[in-house]
Design a protein around this ligand. Structure first.
Ligand code: NAP
Length: 314
């Protein structure tokens, strides 16, 4: 797959990323079985073999089980670590952890960031995380405190680069101003089913600052795919038959498939959006990689935008 620079850094990544949220087969570690683990291994191997070289994780994906599984597969794939870029995230603390009665909360206190990073390193069985991201903005974020934690992690060789996720441009800028290093990534939900980053300044900010936008749920959690949909509560209402029909029309014209066209639509944006492919099906993981070589025309792009919008363009 085509390689591109990550933000303004010297890291090179594949044009599409592979997302490890679903590889453990569940949110709940108690539901992980040898069969779900074997399916996760097949998905990871399919992504390695299809040329994905950038992998997205989070500490909360199946409460660490996704990172642990990935770490095991990495150990069985000699030489792979040096050829891939690993992203992971911290900052979301589910309710009742570590103590019963605690609420779901976001936590960017320095000790928590550092401790989370060390645990991710252990689970992934690696020395250094390539890009460490803050998962969702902590309402109580103190930029100076976060910057201090990042600096300690970088100086200790535990993290190479940093980024954020689900940050508004103003939150990104507030943190960037305090940080001694450039933040490279903002991971946000972007798809034909979720157009707000095109209009709320998020992508303009990425363009202006040379930040790489990573698109989570690039198929709207499956609404733009051709298989099962296991979507987040916020994605329940995404289904749009007009959009699906328009995607199928373009796919027919181009000898492609609906999900490949939906991913290629993201790739056309000049901010250099990196869609994070979230399928756990080896064939779908391989097929999605074809988006990297499908170049949509300006007119096709607008035809799809128009089908995706509730109202015609003014
Ligand atoms: P997605 O690509 O929008 O949805 C993937 C889902 O669509 C899977 O359940 C998949 O099922 C289904 N699907 C159906 N047909 C498909 C097809 N033809 N090709 C591909 N998938 C198809 O992405 P996502 O999984 O919601 O998110 C992708 C990644 O984004 C995650 O793994 C995670 O790394 C990241 N993420 C980040 C955040 C954040 O807050 N930062 C939030 C959510 C996700 P099968 O597995 O059966 O193929």
């Amino acid at each position: 797959m085509q390689q591109v620079p990550l933000g303004s850094s010297s890291l090179q990544i594949s044009r599409l990323a592979y997302g490890c949220w679903r590889i453990a087969g569940s949110w709940d570690p108690s539901e992980v079985t040898p069969a779900t683990e074997a399916a996760g291994r097949r998905a990871i191997w399919a992504a390695f073999e299809a040329g994905y070289t950038v992998f997205d994780h989070a500490d909360i994906y199946c409460r660490g089980v996704a990172e642990t599984l990935f770490g095991k597969v990495l150990q069985e794939a000699p030489g792979t670590r040096d050829r891939i870029v690993i992203l992971t995230k911290c900052g979301i603390r589910p309710q009742n952890t570590p103590a019963a009665g605690t609420p779901t909360r976001y936590d960017f206190r320095a000790d928590y960031i550092i401790d989370s990073c060390e645990q991710s390193l252990r689970r992934l069985r690696i020395e250094t995380i390539d890009v460490y991201q803050l998962h969702r903005p902590d309402y109580l974020m103190n930029p100076e405190e976060v910057a201090g934690a990042f600096d300690r992690l970088r100086k200790a060789g535990k993290v190479r680069e940093f980024g954020v996720s689900n940050f508004r441009p103003s939150q990104f800028s507030a943190l960037q101003k305090a940080c001694p290093m450039r933040l490279l990534v903002n991971q946000i939900e972007i798809s034909l089913s979720h157009l707000s980053p095109f209009e709320d300044g998020s992508l303009d900010h990425c363009l202006q600052e040379k930040i790489t936008p990573f698109a989570w749920s690039p198929l709207g959690g499956g609404h733009l795919g051709d298989g099962a949909r296991r979507v987040l509560p916020s994605q329940q209402g995404y289904f749009n038959s007009r959009l699906v029909a328009a995607l199928d029309r373009v796919a027919d014209d181009r000898g492609a498939t609906r999900p490949v066209v939906a991913l290629a639509w993201l790739l056309k944006h000049p901010a250099g959006i990196v869609p994070i492919v979230g399928s756990t099906d080896p064939e779908r993981i391989r097929n999605a990689a074809a988006a990297a070589s499908l170049h949509l025309s300006h007119e096709e792009w607008y035809e799809l935008l128009t089908a995706a919008r509730a109202e015609p363009l003014p």
